[in-house]
Write a protein that binds this ligand. Structure first.
Ligand code: GLN
Length: 484
C-alpha cells in the first residue's frame, strides 16, 4: 500500500476498496514503527485523525466525496492548526496551541483530507538541513547519517519514507525544493501570492509561500488545486482564478522551449549532480522540447541579497514573540525589559538569533540605505534577468542543489557554506516565481533533483512538464528499501 501515490489512494477510497479509517491507521502504524529513527514528526494526532477519517468515510458512503476526501496528509508545523500545538520548530512556541486554522489547513480540511500530524522543521523555517529544530535533527531516509535538507525536512523525509502520502511545506528561499531534492520527492513552490499565507507563521513575508511535497507531479496538481486561491485574509494573495492543474498534465511537449542558465552549470556544481540533471534534460529533448542556453547574469548576487532581505523581514516579524502574549516566558522576570530579554534569549535558537541581529543591523538608521535599500534594488535586477529569459523560453531547468545531501554536522559551524546550498533556489524566491523539484536519479546512492522554474502563475506548465517526465522515468517511484 505504501508505494501507492495520493492519486491512487484517492481512487481506491472512491471505489470503496479501502476505507479512510483503514488507510489512516496504516500510516499511523508506519509512523509509530519507523519515525523513531527519522524524527520527521513533531506531533502525531492519531485520535483526531481517526475521527476525521470516520467523517470522510461517511461522506464517501453518501456520495459527497471530493477528489481528496479521506486521504491522509501531514502539515509542516509552521501552519497553525486549531487545538493542536503549532511549534514552528522552536522552544518559543513549544507551548503554543493555535486558536485557529491556517487557510491552507482549512482548505485541505474542507477538501476532506485527514491530518496525521505536524512535521519537523528548522526553527522558524531558517535552515537548509533541519538541524536547527528545537525537537532535534531529522534524518534522511536514504541514509540516516545525512541531513534531509531544510527547512521542510520533516515533510520531505516523511514523504520519502512513505510515512504519509503527501505533506505541506513552505519555501522562503528553497525550503520546499531543496529538501524535496535531497530526499527524492516531488516539491512545488508556487508563485508568490498563489497560496494564502494566513496562519502560516511568518519568516520573511515578501518571500514565504506554501506548497505541496508529494511522490508525483500528478499528486502535486491535486494538492495545489485544493490549496491555492485568493484569501481575503491575506492581502498579498492574488485574486486570480485557480486552474484545474490536473487537466493539463498530459499536454504534449512538442516545441516547448527549455532554457538552461549557464550560471547554474558552472563552478560549484558537483559532477555527479550535473550528470543526472543533463540526462534528465536529454529526456525532455526526446519528448520534443527545444533546449537553449540562457544567461541569468545576476545569479551570484542572489544569496547575498537574500541574506539582507530575509533577516530584515524576520527581525521585524519575530518581534511579536516577546514573552507577553503567547509562547515562552522566562521565570520570575524582574521588570519588563528583563522579561523581553530572557524570554527571547531562552526561547530562540542560535540561527534565529543570528538572523534577528543581522536584520536589526541592516534596518537600523545608519545602514538602511547601504544594505536594505541596495538589496531591494538587486532583487529587482535578479527579477529582470528572469523576465528577459522568459521572452525566449517557456521554462528554465537546472539543478536544485549544488550537491546531494551532506552529512549531519558537516556545515553546522559554517553558516555561509550552509547558505550556499540554496544558490539555485533563492533567486527564484526573490523573483516570486514558481519552482519545482522532481526526482531525476541518484549520485553515490543519494537522490538528485531536477529544478523546473516557470513564469509567474505558470504552475500548470511546470506540473505538465514534470508529469511527462514521470511518465518516462521511475525515479519518483523509488523509496528507501529499509523503510519496509
Ligand atoms: N535555507 C534558506 C534559509 O535558511 C531558506 C529557508 C526557507 O526557504 N524557509 O533561509
Amino acid at each position: 500500500m505504501k508505494e501507492k501515490t495520493l492519486t491512487e489512494l484517492a481512487l481506491l477510497l472512491q471505489q470503496r476498496e479501502l476505507s479512510s479509517v483503514e488507510l489512516t491507521q496504516y500510516y499511523l502504524d508506519r509512523i509509530q514503527r519507523l519515525d523513531t529513527t527519522l524524527n520527521s514528526f513533531i506531533s502525531v494526532t492519531g485520535e483526531e485523525a481517526l475521527k476525521q477519517a470516520a467523517v470522510a468515510d461517511q461522506k464517501i458512503a453518501v456520495g459527497e466525496a471530493g477528489p481528496l476526501t479521506g486521504v491522509p496528509i501531514a502539515h509542516k508545523d509552521i501552519f497553525c492548526t486549531q487545538g493542536v500545538r503549532t511549534s514552528c520548530g522552536s522552544k518559543m512556541l513549544d507551548n503554543f496551541i493555535a486558536p485557529y486554522n491556517a487557510t491552507v489547513v482549512e482548505k485541505m480540511s474542507e477538501a476532506g483530507v485527514v491530518m496525521l500530524g505536524k512535521t519537523n522543521m528548522d526553527e522558524f523555517a531558517m535552515g537548509s538541513s533541519n538541524e536547527n529544530s528545537f525537537y532535534g535533527a531529522v534524518s534522511n531516509p536514504w541514509n540516516r547519517e545525512y541531513v534531509p535538507g531544510g527547512s521542510s525536512g520533516g515533510s520531505a523525509a516523511a514523504v520519502a519514507a512513505r510515512l504519509t502520502p503527501a505533506a505541506t511545506g513552505t519555501d522562503t528561499g528553497g525550503s520546499i525544493r531543496q529538501p524535496a531534492a535531497l530526499c527524492g520527492v516531488t516539491g512545488l513552490k508556487p508563485t508568490y501570492g498563489r497560496v494564502s499565507r494566513w496562519g502560516m507563521i511568518a519568516f520573511a513575508s515578501s518571500l514565504d509561500q506554501g506548497g505541496p511535497l508529494t511522490q508525483s507531479a500528478e499528486d502535486a496538481a491535486l494538492m495545489l488545486s485544493a490549496m491555492a486561491g485568493f484569501d481575503p485574509k491575506d492581502s498579498t494573495s492574488m485574486e486570480r482564478e485557480v486552474p484545474d492543474y490536473s487537466a493539463t498534465l498530459n499536454n504534449p511537449l512538442q516545441g516547448v522551449r527549455i532554457g538552461l542558465p549557464r550560471e547554474y552549470f558552472s563552478e560549484g556544481l558537483d559532477g555527479g549532480v550535473e550528470n543526472v540533471v543533463q540526462e534528465a534534460i536529454a529526456e525532455y529533448r526526446k519528448m520534443g522540447a527545444e533546449v537553449v542556453d540562457i544567461d541569468l547574469p545576476n545569479t551570484r548576487l542572489a544569496v547575498p541579497t537574500y541574506y539582507v532581505v530575509a533577516p530584515a523581514e524576520c527581525s521585524s516579524n519575530l518581534s511579536r514573540f516577546d514573552g507577553v502574549r503567547y509562547g515562552h516566558r522566562c521565570d520570575d522576570p524582574r521588570d519588563l525589559e528583563d522579561l523581553y530579554k530572557r524570554s527571547r534569549g531562552e526561547g530562540f535558537g542560535d540561527e534565529v538569533k543570528r538572523r534577528i541581529m543581522i536584520g536589526a543591523y541592516t534596518l537600523s538608521a545608519g545602514y538602511y540605505d547601504a544594505y536594505y535599500l541596495k538589496a531591494q534594488r538587486l532583487r529587482r535586477l535578479i527579477s529582470e534577468d528572469f523576465q528577459r529569459a522568459f521572452e525566449r523560453v517557456d521554462v528554465i531547468m537546472g539543478p536544485v542543489t549544488p550537491t546531494t545531501a551532506f552529512r549531519k554536522g558537516e556545515k553546522s559551524d559554517d553558516p555561509v557554506n550552509m547558505y550556499l546550498s540554496d544558490i539555485y533556489t533563492i533567486a527564484v524566491s526573490l523573483a516570486g516565481l514558481p519552482g519545482m523539484s522532481i526526482p531525476a536519479g541518484f549520485s553515490d546512492g543519494m537522490p538528485v533533483g531536477l529544478q523546473l522554474i516557470g513564469n509567474h502563475f505558470d504552475e500548470s506548465r511546470l506540473l505538465n512538464l514534470a508529469h511527462q517526465y514521470q511518465q518516462v522515468s521511475d525515479w519518483h517511484r523509488q523509496a528507501p528499501e529499509d523503510m519496509a
